[in-house]
Write a new protein. Structure first.
Length: 664
């Protein structure tokens, strides 16, 4: 040990040395530099040493542990041999507790999945859903994958063999395509999942449809069948049984439910007979028990009978069954009870006029009339007409024209911008007609207006154009009669008459579609939203204010005539935005040739109908299936059958397309 004096000298010397070193610039090292130097030295020591990579765990100094988890263990990731330092007794106890075999521990077989783990969520497999089919919103099994290409190939084959009117073939194809039609109606058929081969199959099918003479019957019949089966699937227990249970389970369930209740009734009767002499029972209790048991037997019998009249059995194919097979006999019986000629929906087209509704609301009724209106009795704003074959043909022909041209790729079905009307305007041969059509579209602002506002505007425009057409017909009645007399017996007379009939029919169809879409938008609130409901309220108030201030009376034509003939100065001084713009649009339309004018108006309403059908949501379609169905739902099924939503250009998907069904 140093003496105190010597120790003090050593400490003083070290202190002086440190003080001198601190006065020299750059002589000290910062903490950051010191850390970097340490890292460099450590790296130099590891230059010639090899680090164990993935799959080279045997080179590590510490052996990996066998870790149990809810799916089994990580043993399949270990080395193929058991290290020498592993306690075999402890390993055997662990294997006995977990139930993991030695083959799985050595990685030669996959570790078994724990029984309580959902097989869909235990591991990720490319192209396979991790959601169990029973837990999905649609509750639909995917035991048969969506094969869009095969479905459209079958449709093409059906048309090529001229089997469009063969009811059995149509029933078979509709039943085979039920799953994909259900998913399309529910909005779970993404277009970005289709492959180029699918698009080619769709285009080939559309080409075949255009050349077919009986496509109208096949298209609407197939949509009726699919919607009938979708209704059974969503709202009846037959769909739940037949789509969620195996055929053998269905038969056992039926037999058990039909046999057990009569057995219970027989046991109850025998018990009552044997116990009547020994003890007394309340007569009311015995009667109630008899009524309940007999009622249960009757209900089960009726349920079995009704199942044979449901659409499932009627549309189940008998082609794969032998002629004398019991199943085939039952299916033929179901066909007899549910013939293919049976109408599957109401086939009605609701009509709603905004102007007539406002006229009814402004009428002065007596006390009794007001009470009847308050409780919903009496004249209503909604009427119904039978949908004509001409309207069905008009819709189908327009969809075929769109889907068979490059316009299908340009049409954005998710947005309404009046594209169909713009295409019609561009096809005008004369420059003056084309300019008038383009000017009319600019005045109507069909690309910029909110959808419901645009529907309200064109509803009034159609009423004004219909009034103009009626006035023209009255003025030209005498002159056309003279022309017919001069051209009597000439072929041009019949051609002129056919043209007039076509234009009259197109006007009638445009009016029916106008009032039907107003029913969907203003009465049902389809695709309206907050802005749409506000637009409907403002439109009603504007027409009602016109009735009060201008005195349109109770005549629909007089009110429309007053709006059409009113001076522009009146609208500049008073605020009637909808009526003023409708009057100006109708004035521009009047400058277009008669047949081209109504072709353009019909194109607007047809595009609106298809837009509502595709975008109003599955809840609207499913709800109205319970009330007889809506024509707009059938239009959505037509869109699916023609593949129109799949032909439009879509943005690139983040996920690569594969031939395997991503939902299966």
């Amino acid at each position: 040990m140093y003496p105190r004096s010597k120790l003090r000298q050593v400490v003083q010397k070290m202190t002086d040395a440190n003080r001198a070193a601190s006065k020299q610039p750059g002589s000290t090292i910062s903490d950051y530099d010191r850390t970097v130097l340490k890292k460099i030295k450590a790296d130099k020591r590891k230059v010639q040493q090899k680090v164990a990579q993935l799959g080279e765990q045997a080179q590590q100094s510490v052996q990996p542990l066998v870790v149990a988890n809810e799916y089994g263990s990580n043993a399949n990731l270990l080395a193929m041999t058991i290290p020498a330092n592993v306690d075999l007794d402890e390993l055997g106890n662990w294997m006995e507790e977990t139930g993991l075999p030695l083959e799985a521990l050595l990685g030669r077989t996959d570790a078994p999945i724990h029984g309580g783990v959902d097989e869909y969520q235990s591991r990720y497999i490319y192209g396979k859903s991790m959601c169990h089919p029973e837990k999905r919103v649609s509750r639909a099994y995917d035991d048969s994958s969506w094969d869009t290409q095969e479905f459209f190939l079958i449709l093409s084959l059906l048309v090529s063999k001229n089997q469009e009117t063969d009811s059995d073939v149509i029933l078979n194809v509709a039943a085979e395509g039920f799953k994909i039609s259900l998913h399309f109606l529910m909005g779970t058929t993404p277009s970005i999942s289709l492959l180029p081969d699918h698009i080619v199959a769709i285009k080939n099918a559309v080409e075949g449809f255009k050349s077919s003479e009986n496509i109208l019957f096949m298209a609407y019949k197939m949509s009726e069948i699919n919607l009938s089966m979708i209704y059974d699937y969503l709202y009846t227990k037959f769909g739940t049984r037949h789509f969620h249970m195996a055929p053998g389970c269905i038969a056992c369930h039926r037999i058990a439910s039909l046999v057990l209740t009569p057995v219970a009734l027989g046991l109850f009767v025998s018990a009552m007979v044997g116990a009547r002499s020994r003890m007394g029972y309340d007569a009311a209790d015995v009667i109630i028990s008899f009524v309940l048991l007999v009622g249960a037997i009757l209900l089960e019998t009726c349920s079995i009978f009704m199942s044979f009249t449901s659409s499932f059995w009627a549309y189940k194919s008998t082609m794969s069954c032998a002629a004398k097979c019991p199943v085939a006999v039952l299916l033929r019986l179901a066909r007899r009870l549910h013939p293919e000629s049976r109408q599957e929906w109401s086939a009605k087209l609701a009509q709603y006029s905004l102007v007539r509704k406002c006229i009814q609301e402004n009428k002065k009724y007596g006390f009794l009339k007001r009470m009847m209106r308050w409780i919903g009795i009496g004249e209503g704003a909604v009427t119904h007409i039978c949908i004509s074959t001409e309207v069905k043909k008009l819709v189908l022909d327009k969809l075929l024209d769109i889907s068979a041209t490059p316009c299908a790729q340009e049409w954005d079905i998710a947005r309404f911008q009046g594209q169909w009307a713009q295409w019609v305007a561009k096809t005008r041969q004369y420059h003056q007609q084309q300019n008038a059509a383009q000017r009319m579209l600019q005045v109507s602002n069909i690309q910029g207006l909110e959808f419901v506002s645009s529907a309200l505007l064109w509803h009034v425009v159609t009423d004004i154009c219909l009034l103009d057409a009626d006035d023209d017909d009255e003025m030209n009645a005498s002159s056309s009669q003279d022309v017919d007399e001069r051209l009597h017996g000439d072929s041009s007379s019949s051609q002129h008459k056919d043209v007039l009939d076509d234009m009259t029919g197109l006007r009638r169809h445009a009016r029916e579609l106008s009032e039907y879409i107003m029913y969907l938008v203003a009465h049902c609130g389809a695709i309206a939203g907050s802005d749409g409901h506000y637009a409907v309220i403002r439109g009603r108030r504007e027409v009602s204010r016109w009735l009060i201030k201008r005195g349109g009376g109770s005549n629909h034509k007089n009110l429309i005539r007053d709006i059409r003939d009113e001076d522009s100065s009146f609208f500049h001084e008073n605020y009637y935005p909808m009526l003023d713009r409708a009057r100006r649009v109708a004035s521009d339309l009047h400058q277009i040739e008669h047949n081209h004018r109504w072709e353009l108006i019909a194109a607007v309403w047809l595009e609106m109908l298809c837009y509502i059908a595709y975008n109003c949501g599955p809840a609207f379609h499913a709800k109205h299936l319970t009330t007889g169905g809506e024509f707009v739902t059938h239009v959505k099924m037509l869109l699916f059958m023609l593949g129109v939503p799949f032909l439009s250009d879509v943005k690139e998907s983040l996920f690569p397309n594969t031939a395997e069904n991503v939902y299966s």
